[in-house]
Design a protein around this ligand. Structure first.
Ligand SMILES: [Zn+2]
Length: 311
């Protein structure tokens, strides 16, 4: 070995220092790695949007461009689908929350909410001083299933799983007796057990909406729940809206673990349910045109004033 080589060979101590520095670098690098994105990453969102795009194509919803909407995502479902929403407007007051696809087989409800998200985005000047939150696919696992299904991937109805005061006493009992243990309405073994329920609860907590519109199908009516002191005036307003949109009003009531019970009955949030006439995805555009005016009026009525329902 030449002298030259000897001079460039690190001594034992030198090698120890190099090893120590390398170890520090590795530890430092890993310490400053961004934490794994939780609950969902950009890739998961991208994959999900691609899956939704396929469904839109399949159902002929060619006027929907999902990538134009500024989606935020909250948490993941059992099938690792992100739960998405879009938040519009400058105000953090007077929020209106829109929910679609709570039941995955109610296909046009998803279209209606996607169209609404586009409409609000394209007409931002109308909604500047508003706070509008649109969650178009509350149950993506059910919506993306090969055969779309009402319940989520745990077989639980996200509209029977809210932690309402009567849940423990009544939810399973009513499911067995009134729903005759029909799997489509299964509330689960405990309340708020499902990501889809927690997602809706988180939206209500974060945005404190004064009004909620939840779109379902195919029962073909409007229904509402809310603070009992306001219901008479809401009823008058609703009767007018029902005549204008030629859509019947029906007091359907609420259930243990349902949104109407959790948000309307227990929290006094005016909660309007729009049941579309069918679950036919091809009718989405027709339903959007039919209910667009009612939805805009719903955005504009103040929720807390008795005098404000006259027009
Ligand atoms: Zn439904």
């Amino acid at each position: 070995m030449s002298l030259y080589h000897k001079r460039n060979m690190p001594t034992l101590a030198g090698r120890g220092i190099i090893f120590f520095i390398s170890l520090c670098l590795i530890l430092l690098t890993s310490a400053f790695q961004p934490a794994k994105a939780w609950p969902s990453s950009a890739t998961e969102l991208d994959n999900f949007i691609s899956a939704l795009e396929k469904q839109c194509k399949k159902y002929g919803w060619n006027d929907i461009n999902l990538r134009e909407i500024p989606w935020e995502h909250h948490r993941l479902t059992k099938n690792k689908n992100p739960l998405i929403f879009a938040h519009y407007g400058n105000s953090d007051k007077n929020c209106v929350l829109f929910l679609g696809g709570v039941h995955g087989d109610e296909l046009p409800t998803v279209y209606l909410m996607l169209r609404l998200a586009h409409y609000i985005k394209n007409n931002g000047q109308l909604f500047n001083d508003r706070c509008l939150v649109v969650a178009p696919v509350v149950n993506p696992d059910g919506f993306l299933a090969n055969l779309p299904q009402r319940t989520n991937s745990n077989g639980i109805d996200a509209n029977r799983n809210f932690p309402t005061k009567d849940w423990h006493r009544d939810a399973l009992r009513q499911w067995k007796n009134k729903a005759r243990s029909n799997k489509r309405y299964y509330p689960g073994t405990r309340p708020a057990s499902e990501q889809e329920t927690l997602f809706q609860m988180a939206l209500i907590k974060r945005f404190s909406p004064q009004k909620i519109l939840s779109v379902h199908s195919p029962l073909n009516f409007f229904d509402y729940d809310g603070a009992s002191s306001d219901l008479d005036t809401f009823e008058q307003w609703m009767e007018k809206i029902c005549i204008e949109s030629i859509h019947p009003l029906k007091k359907y009531g609420f259930f243990p673990g349902s949104l109407g019970n959790y948000a309307g009955n227990e929290r006094g949030i005016f909660t309007l349910t729009l049941e579309l006439p069918t679950s036919n995805p091809g009718k989405g555009n027709e339903y959007f045109r039919k209910f667009q005016t009612a939805i805009m009026k719903f955005i504009n009525i103040p929720a807390k004033s008795r005098d404000s329902f006259s027009d």
